[in-house]
Design a protein around this ligand. Structure first.
Ligand SMILES: Cc1cc2nc3c(=O)[nH]c(=O)nc-3n(C[C@H](O)[C@H](O)[C@H](O)COP(=O)(O)OP(=O)(O)OC[C@H]3O[C@@H](n4cnc5c(N)ncnc54)[C@H](O)[C@@H]3O)c2cc1C
Length: 400
């Protein structure tokens, strides 16, 4: 009898795991099902470029059908996991029905899926209500953390004639720690090209005692911000936003006025993780840093943004973690000990940081070794652009 492996989440982490399993396991060994609420796969790194018109809203680099990225042996279920019943080893899914199935129903149906092994790759969720003042005035502040948000920000930037732009984060952790810095550098460049830089003050506010969580990266980024005449305020933990008076205030007691606020919304883990009682108070899954098993649970693994691991919430981390989860699951299904090589995760992350003016640097690090970013250059900018294009053909498939 094949074992049932359920993967929840069709982002980069879940998709790679499902594809790696399908490539290695025979159908008699395992039946692999991936459940995703939208059935679509978004490539978030491209959202950074939308506000500056460096990518069109219609670009096929932004989103593709999940089915097109999956090995044919993976069953895809489009539906929302509503409940994880770890005691009975089953999950409850609410499906969205096709038009011809809808008659006599409310457009949805529920089903229960049993599992032998469960992989949780449910990512992160934006919760603007976690920062007072945001949820009640969604159109009065801006972000680039969704395709829609980035496109709205593009509209606003294209009618912007000067003033004070404040860039900050609504809390930690958030996806892709370098993204607010990258946005700041690209914004500086964009304003210069449009002849608006002299009429614009850029303020970068950050909650930590430096401009980036990792010291070696902050040491590279801080002089670049200074060089571009960006005002920085550290130890700024956003406490509330008054969108009428256009002021953001901090726990430290500062008030900073703005004309345009670009704020990374507060993040939490998926709702189902919070509701299942598996997550911590922010909904992140307590995860073993080496084996990626959910602590205290049997046969449940977690990866990517959904975890509480002390690494960047990044596609890159999810990518490296997926190999470990797949490796361990294959061994478990075959009743073998996980071998060497990819049996444990060492905190590996590799990502790029755009510094504007067609330059970028590269961050390579793990739990033990912090990054030593090389001097920003055209080479790393081109590598990042190349990676963004190659992504769709190599990464979700688990080919790299
Ligand atoms: C602007 C921006 C730029 C970025 N740039 C980079 C970069 O340059 N490099 C990098 O490495 N990372 C980057 N990232 C971060 C990266 O995109 C994420 O860390 C990565 O997508 C996380 O992958 P994941 O598989 O863990 O989660 P996700 O990709 O978020 O996937 C989670 C999936 O789970 C599904 N799901 C959630 N709950 C349920 C449920 N109850 N039932 C069914 N399905 C569910 C969701 O629909 C989603 O498809 C960037 C992010 C942003 C926002």
């Amino acid at each position: 009898m094949p074992q049932h492996i359920l993967v929840v989440g069709g982002g980069v982490g879940g998709t790679i795991v499902a594809n790696l399993l399908a490539r290695s396991l025979h159908q008699q060994e395992a039946e692999i099902t991936l459940i995703d609420s939208s059935g679509k796969h978004a490539y978030m790194p491209c959202w950074l470029y939308l506000p500056f018109n460096q990518l069109s809203a219609q670009s096929d680099q932004l989103i593709r059908p999940e089915r097109d990225l999956l090995n044919h042996q993976v069953h895809l279920v489009t539906g929302e996991v509503q409940k994880i019943d770890q005691k009975n080893h089953e999950i409850h899914v609410r499906h969205h029905l096709e038009l011809d199935e809808i008659v006599g129903t409310d457009g949805a149906s529920e089903a229960v899926y049993p599992y032998d092994y469960l992989v949780l790759a449910t990512g992160a969720r934006l919760v603007s209500s976690d920062l007072p003042g945001l949820a009640e005035a969604e159109d009065k502040w801006h972000h680039f953390y969704s395709a829609e948000g980035s496109l709205q920000l593009r509209e606003v930037l294209h009618t912007f004639e000067g003033g004070r732009i404040v860039i900050t984060v609504g809390g930690i952790p958030y996806r892709c720690p370098p993204a607010p810095l990258e946005f700041t550098f690209l914004l500086d460049e964009w304003l210069r090209k449009r002849g608006l830089r002299d009429r614009t003050e850029i303020h970068y506010l950050y909650p930590l005692p430096r401009v980036f969580p990792i010291e070696s990266v902050a040491e590279v980024a801080a002089p670049l911000l200074e060089e571009r005449n960006v005002h920085t305020t550290i130890f700024f933990n956003a406490e509330a936003v008054d969108t009428e008076r256009k002021i953001i205030s901090s726990l430290e007691g500062e008030e900073i006025p703005y004309d345009l606020l670009v704020l990374v919304p507060p993040h939490r883990g998926a709702k189902v993780i919070e509701e299942s009682g598996l997550g911590d108070e922010q909904g992140w899954l307590p995860t073993d840093r080496a084996t990626l098993e959910v602590k205290g649970q049997l046969h449940i693994y977690a990866l990517g943004d959904a975890t509480d691991l002390p690494v960047s919430k990044s596609g890159s981390a999810a990518h490296f973690e997926a190999k470990v989860v797949a490796h361990r699951l294959i061994a478990a299904i075959r009743g073998e000990e996980p071998g060497n090589g990819e049996a444990t995760y060492d905190g590996e992350v590799m990502c790029f940081l755009e510094t504007g003016q067609h330059k970028a640097t590269q961050l390579v690090f793990n739990y033990e070794h912090p990054p030593r970013p090389p001097r920003p250059s055209l080479y790393y900018h081109m590598e990042k652009q190349l990676f963004n294009r190659a992504y769709w053909h190599l990464v979700p498939q688990g080919l790299v």
